[in-house]
Design a protein. Structure first.
Length: 260
């Protein structure tokens, strides 16, 4: 019988969205307990070593993090297995670089380079609205934050624009038809589109229908939908392709056109 928390992760059991190769070792870095779930995050060591190529080895990455050069959401993180999840901002002040964790259209983690102005805030999805001790209203976000005294109009599934330095809510986006959303789970993970309508299924999962900028429609569970803008205007810069998934034939034609 297993006693205590697991401390290892076999490489073949690591999430496929990390894009680790099979032959570089038997084990993979296991994300520490933190604000994101294990399979919905990526450890800092994989971001620095495998994605950004700031280090070649595990030990080099440890030296980088222990030099207090890496900040996640404005706080220095020396734990190199700290979990980096969707919308987290990784900043390296010595090089003046800022990155936001997103998904590409195939559902894989993407470390997206952003400007300093955009690195000052992040979008957080509201997971619950409740009342704490002494009747203080609070909201809980997808990255484990608890924020007191929010705007009374903010409800579950809405998105807030969170200022990393002050910890204040700058603005919010309602979860409603006509707003732009990012899909963060399921078969359509990484796609973006306009919310068209929501189906309620009591006792089951509510379904949201989304239409992307090319006109393709798809449906997903309400828990996978993350509003990122009012109307068609996104509050964050989107990666290459703007969240539009191409069919296999379209992808092939685009690659052939680029070659010729």
């Amino acid at each position: 019988m297993a006693r205590g928390p697991k401390k290892h992760l076999k490489r073949l059991n690591a999430p496929k969205k990390w894009m680790l190769d099979k032959l570089s070792g038997k084990f993979a870095p296991r994300p520490s307990a933190g604000p994101h779930k294990l399979r919905e995050s990526m450890p800092l060591v994989v971001v620095l070593r495998n994605k950004l190529k700031y280090a070649l080895t595990y030990n080099e990455t440890k030296k980088v993090t222990m030099s207090r050069a890496i900040k996640v959401d404005g706080k220095v993180r020396t734990d190199m297995c700290y979990p980096i999840g969707f919308q987290d901002v990784v900043s390296i002040e010595k090089t003046g670089e800022f990155f936001r964790m997103l998904f590409d259209v195939k559902g894989r983690f993407l470390v997206h380079r952003i400007k300093k102005e955009e690195g000052s805030f992040k979008l957080c999805n509201v997971k619950s609205v409740s009342t704490a001790a002494k009747g203080i209203p609070i909201i809980t976000t997808h990255d484990g934050r608890t924020i007191r005294y929010p705007d009374p109009l903010i409800k579950v599934h809405d998105t807030i624009k969170y200022d990393i330095n002050s910890g204040k809510i700058l603005d919010f986006i309602k979860f409603e038809p006509g707003n732009l959303a990012y899909i963060t789970g399921g078969q359509n993970c990484g796609r973006t589109g306009i919310i068209t309508h929501k189906e309620k299924h009591p006792g089951s999962f509510d379904i949201v229908h989304v239409k992307d900028s090319v006109g393709h429609s798809f449906a997903t569970r309400v828990s996978n939908v993350f509003p990122i803008g009012k109307g068609k205007q996104s509050w964050i810069t989107l990666p290459k392709g703007k969240g539009v998934r191409l069919s296999i034939a379209e992808e092939r034609d685009r690659k052939l056109a680029a070659k010729s």
